[in-house]
Design a protein around this ligand. Structure first.
Ligand code: CP
Length: 320
């Protein structure tokens, strides 16, 4: 019965499914989650307060570092659909340090119907899932950010009417967002380009996985102004994330020419959308004008974290 999650054999939860990695689902399953997200969003927007599929359920949310969007979107999304979410920050849980990960998993699943965890170390989320009889949802690791990418895909589908046939150009380093985008391109037929400085490329094995039989196509470029031509989406992220602050100044030098500014959006063309997973360092990886400009959909994208995750949770809990 063991299912492969992220290439590792993990027993499925007693009821439902874990959501650890884009890879673990077929295109049809991912599409069904996105369709559910659209329906739930419509229900919430209509003011229908009677739709409470999570009534009587509780969700434990484990965070090892600060977060605004992930925490608030999971907590409010679960609450709006009738459930109760419990925040467990670094003061409460030090995963694998104060208490073994497998013990935390076995305790929390006895109280909670689902566990959302933002653990950074990918092996930690796999261990949590291995020992939890409740579904575990990955709220970000150093390798991937699958909930963010589902929200991004939802935003593109809403704005462009489709994801397949589009060209998505990410400008920045080959980070966890990029790896999740590449994994999505293995399932859906679209072109993904990572325009990054030399030395900051995504994992070559992940790129090869798509180009050797995936649905879409992935390319790596070192020329962002050329790469964004004809893009449907220009996407960026901070140049140095929480774990890389010590090399932030070096990155500012290396990433010269990789800022998403008005010149870059003009090179992409007027139809290109601007996406950013946020938080943004305005004036560093993107300009204030681009964030505030007519091509920017960053706040719709941030809202869609909540709707995409509700769709994912409904599928994980078998309530879609
Ligand atoms: N995009 C994202 O994951 O934001 P937070 O770090 O605020 O959760």
């Amino acid at each position: 019965k063991t299912k492969t999650y992220s290439g590792v054999g993990v027993d499925p939860p007693a009821k439902g499914h874990h959501f650890l990695h884009i890879d673990d689902f077929s295109k049809e399953e991912l599409w069904a989650m996105l369709q559910t997200s659209i329906k739930v969003k419509e229900a919430l927007k209509s003011g229908d307060n009677s739709y409470k599929p999570f009534a009587g359920l509780s969700m434990a949310m484990i965070f090892t570092k600060p977060s605004m969007r992930t925490r608030v979107s999971f907590e409010t999304g679960f609450f709006k659909l009738g459930g109760h979410a419990i925040y467990l920050g670094p003061d409460t849980i030090q995963i694998g340090k104060r208490e073994a990960t497998k013990d935390i998993a076995r305790v929390l699943c006895r109280y909670n119907d689902v566990i959302m965890a933002r653990l950074f170390a990918h092996e930690d989320i796999l261990e949590l899932a291995q020992y939890s009889s409740s579904p575990v949802v990955n709220g970000l690791t150093d390798y991937n950010h699958p909930c963010q990418i589902m929200a991004d895909a939802l935003t593109i589908i809403e704005q462009k009417g489709r994801i397949e046939g589009t060209k998505v150009v990410y400008v920045g380093d080959g980070n966890n967002i990029v790896h999740s985008w590449i994994r999505l391109a293995a399932k859906f037929d679209f072109e993904f380009v990572c325009a990054c400085p030399e030395g900051y490329e995504p994992d070559p094995a992940t790129v090869a996985l798509v180009n050797e039989g995936g649905a879409g196509k992935v390319m790596v470029s070192h020329n962002p102004l050329e790469a964004v031509k004809g893009a449907d989406v220009v996407y960026t992220d901070v140049w140095a994330s929480m774990g890389q602050k010590e090399e932030a100044d070096l990155r500012k030098q290396k990433f010269q020419g990789f800022q998403v500014n008005e010149e870059m959006m003009a090179a992409a063309g007027p139809e290109a959308l601007f996406l950013h997973c946020l938080p943004a360092e305005r004036g560093i990886e993107c300009t204030d004008g681009v964030v505030e400009g007519p091509q920017s959909v960053v706040f719709q994208e941030a809202e869609n974290r909540m709707h995409a995750q509700n769709g994912i949770l409904l599928h994980c809990l078998g309530r879609a």
